[in-house]
Design a protein around this ligand. Structure first.
Ligand code: PLP
Length: 259
């Protein structure tokens, strides 16, 4: 039977506060009219301020979950966020190979609160194994600089990351200074900047929201340029209406409603 909603297979971490990770994916994808299939990569201990602990899920368990889903469901896009460790990557590559659908990778290397979320080994495995297989990579500026060591500018970072094999790279500028957020795109269609008014607040889960929305738009069949525009527009709207769940950063309102 055909799925009645486009399915997005998500490999992401669990944030118990619901701001980032798998909660963000489920909400953002549902808000677009898609349905999230979720394979959790890591459990975390965190609050709205920072991440305190990350516990990876065993790759063999992730593989069994993925196998059960792929035997049953037809996936229209894949979204990858926080990974527990490099040993999870071969299983994700296998899913990419089997599904042959657009893949959006949000390389989560550091929490907004400052805690490191990726070892040097994971960064290297992302560069050599996963990035060459993704359709769109969505690092923030700090993540782009770490993934493209030695690059002289963000433009140079994007070019290096495309040379690794990423189909396109959207470097988000939320973590850079300035009254505007400038997101730099580099793809087969060339380079362009998207500028958005900066919303004067700190957010938790903005990157996950953007990447999951983009994966949902691609699953729905948008052309890449349309998907990029809509995902940024809808993420900006979710940030403009963000709300607090604790004492720290605000979380994007991905699903309308409430005060
Ligand atoms: N926890 C999980 C599970 C995440 O996926 C992420 C980011 O993707 C974070 C924490 C950190 O989110 P932020 O940098 O927006 O605080």
């Amino acid at each position: 039977m055909q799925a009645s909603k486009p399915l997005v297979l998500c490999f992401s971490g669990h944030d118990p506060g619901g701001g980032a990770g798998i909660h963000a994916d489920i909400e953002a994808i549902a808000a677009q009219g898609g349905h999230a299939l979720t394979v959790i990569t890591a459990h975390t201990v965190q609050d709205s301020v920072d991440v305190r602990r990350v516990s990876p899920v065993a790759p063999i368990f992730m593989a069994a979950q993925t196998e059960a889903l792929l035997a049953d469901c037809r996936v229209a896009a894949i979204k990858i966020g926080l990974l527990g460790d490099a040993a999870q990557i071969p299983h994700i590559l296998e899913a990419i190979e089997r599904c042959r659908v657009p893949v959006v990778l949000d390389p989560v290397l550091r929490a907004g609160g400052g805690t490191a979320l990726a070892s040097a080994a994971l960064v290297e495995a992302l560069r050599t194994q996963l990035i060459p297989r993704v359709s769109v990579l969505t690092p923030n500026a700090a993540e782009a600089r770490r993934l493209a060591p030695g690059a002289q500018s963000l433009d140079d970072c994007a070019q290096q990351l495309r040379r690794l094999g990423a189909g396109g790279v959207l470097i988000t500028g939320g973590d850079e200074p300035g009254d505007e957020v400038c997101n730099h795109w580099h793809g087969a269609d060339g380079a362009r900047d998207y500028r958005w008014p900066r919303i004067p607040a700190q957010f938790h889960g903005a990157g996950c929201t953007l990447a999951a929305t983009l994966a949902a738009r691609l699953a729905l069949g948008d052309a890449l340029a349309t998907a990029l525009q809509r995902a940024q527009r809808d993420t900006h709207a979710a940030l403009a209406a963000a709300y607090a769940v604790g004492q720290g950063r605000l979380i994007p309102r991905r699903i309308a409603g409430g005060a």
